[in-house]
Design a binder for this molecule. Sequence first.
Ligand code: TRP
Length: 361
Amino acid sequence: MSHPASADPTSPRTRCAAPPSSLLVDRADVLADPTGYRILTGDRPTGPLHLGHYLGTLRERVQLQDAGVETFVVVADYQVITDRTDTRDVVANVREVVLDQLAAGLDPLRSSIFVHSEIAEIHQLMLPLLSATTLPELQRNPTVKAEAQDAGISAVSGLLLTYPVHQAADILAVGGTLVPAGDDQLPHVEQTRAVARRINERYGAGTLVPPQALLGTSPRLLGTDGRKMAKSRGNAIALRDDEDRTAMLLRAAVTDSERTITYDPVHRPQVAGLLELTAAMSGRTPQQVAEDVAGAGAARLKQMATEAVNETLRPLRRRRAELASDPRVVRDALDAGASRVQPVARATLDRVHAAMGLVHR
Ligand code: TRP
């Protein structure tokens, strides 16, 4: 059997089921032809991963890996400094994120998990990509605008402004053809496609392969206060939290004063968030959970949410504790990832240089 991560790195993948012109790819097409795609996705190591990550991307990554799609995961340490200056926790957070990924079922033998700053070729590739990007294009990106606003930043850094292109470099350097994405990440995948096409127009068809996006199936999870889940808001349940802490956080979740539980995302967003969480963690629909709870009220709903989260995460948390007790696990996984990614990124950079005629020996 050929190793999934050992495919010829010099030939970009061109096979894809949907017409290459479409941004979105159908899940069914991917599952019908898993070896026709290569995934590149990633996380910003700003803290341990939480339930939003798990339902939004992590669970799906593992499913796609297990379906046989070659998978690359960047732990994007350079993205931490897009909107903050403190780097003291980055190394520890990289470790947490990698433990979360491994505990969730990413297998370092099949999937390549790597640290952004350890692969120099990615960042060098960003320069030709930036040359094919305009300032208005960068300034238009709605996700960057929203993130700058969220972080309360008045003067956007060059790295924050250009991070969609940096992300394009992550994707294109490893020849990723499929990017699992929430809708907030779609502008970045568009940007990646645009810059790849422009490089191809300027320097030669087939130099880079424009990727496609795979939209996630889970609804965006709200935090325990009804706002978007984020560690910085203190409203997130981390995968590594224990069962008591999970219960405590969910008991403190904000609801409303109406006793009977109904699923009404517009008028009762916090209750709807708890219903969606419980549903997603127990394979039911929010309506079914609401009918089960009905007149028993918010306390019962929180209890059901706690049980669903704790039961679903129990094997993951157990495995995480085992992995965390071995001091070499994380570094070994990252070494394996780096040793597979580096030659692929090198080959891409060489191909771009060759297309541009930047060959000096
Ligand atoms: N921006 C992504 C996040 O916030 C992380 C990331 C970095 C990424 N590079 C990527 C995602 C490339 C998809 C593709 O989690």
